[in-house]
Design a protein around this ligand. Structure first.
Ligand code: GLU
Length: 280
């Protein structure tokens, strides 16, 4: 390196600049769209799902998806304080990636063929199953019991689609923007049941304010393979994400994230999936 003509002061500045680069990432890639211009990475999560993706009242974030996203971001070269979490609701996920609003999404995002036409998925990193949440004294025990009943799920979710297509086509399905709205509707009696992944429902049921009020039906109505969504064709990020997920499992950070986030809800999760192994 030619530093001969550089003055002491500018050498110091240059040294600082070099250090800053070195401390950062080898992956401050040119795609500023998702990465937010270099020193930040934008990551899509849910904001209203306790145990998975939750924005706390103090502005911090918690949940299994948040821990997975934080681990993955680290492997991409971004420390926790360089992550900017962005809310990606169920119906917004494909568009958020296509627009480049976020670099990747970890938001209870099930891999399926329809979505794979629009986005690419790393993982899977969790296998969940669709279930029902009802009031503790409810006599709904099967999906078919929902026909003729008021049911809540979220627009753009596989849960709502499964109800319409096969589980209970004659249910009166109310679709809202996020699961917290469904839980409020269940508590008020506006609906008889909420349906989505058991991982999500368990997180709500365990919330202090709902203790004892709700129960899960315990039905495995589908296989929901959670993937990390990236923009279609972003193979470089995808490969790094898969490496990161493998490392997270082998280093047992995955087990720790499970314990930290699903332990309080007593959610009995499936073992860590192998990358690329999508359970139909
Ligand atoms: N995992 C399902 C899905 O991707 C339901 C949960 C959600 O809406 O995020 O649609």
């Amino acid at each position: 390196m030619k530093l001969r003509k550089v003055t002491a002061a500018s050498a110091a500045v240059l040294a600082l600049a070099l250090t800053a680069t070195a401390c950062g990432s080898d992956d401050k890639d040119s795609d500023s769209a998702g990465a937010g211009g270099g020193d930040k990475i934008k990551v899509g999560i849910k904001y209203d799902q306790p145990g998975l993706g939750l924005k706390e009242s103090d502005g911090s974030f918690s949940g299994f998806d948040v821990d997975v996203a934080t681990y993955v971001a680290k492997e991409l070269g971004y420390d926790a304080d360089q992550i900017e979490f962005v809310e990606t609701k169920s119906a917004d996920r494909e568009n958020a990636l296509a627009r480049g609003d976020v670099k990747f999404i970890a938001a209870t995002y099930s891999i399926n063929e329809e979505r794979q036409k629009k986005v690419d998925f790393g993982g899977p990193y969790l296998l969940a199953h669709q279930d029902l949440l009802v009031k503790s004294d409810s006599d709904i025990t099967e999906a078919t019991d929902l026909n003729g009943k008021n049911l809540c799920s979220v627009t753009g979710s596989t849960s709502a689609q499964n109800v319409r297509d096969k589980l209970a086509p004659k249910a009166n399905l109310k679709q809202v923007g996020g699961y917290s709205e469904c839980i409020a509707a269940l508590q008020s009696g506006a609906v008889d049941a909420v349906t989505t992944d058991d991982s999500i429902l368990a997180g709500f049921a365990a919330q202090q304010q709902y203790k004892g009020q709700f129960k899960l039906a315990g039905l495995k109505l589908s296989n929901e393979n959670y993937g990390i969504g990236v923009k279609k064709g972003d193979t470089e990020t995808l490969n790094k994400i898969n490496d990161a997920l493998e490392k997270m499992v082998s280093e047992k950070a995955w087990d720790k994230a499970v314990q930290d986030n699903f332990g309080p809800a007593n959610y009995k999760n499936e073992p860590a999936p192998k990358i690329g192994n999508i359970v139909k």
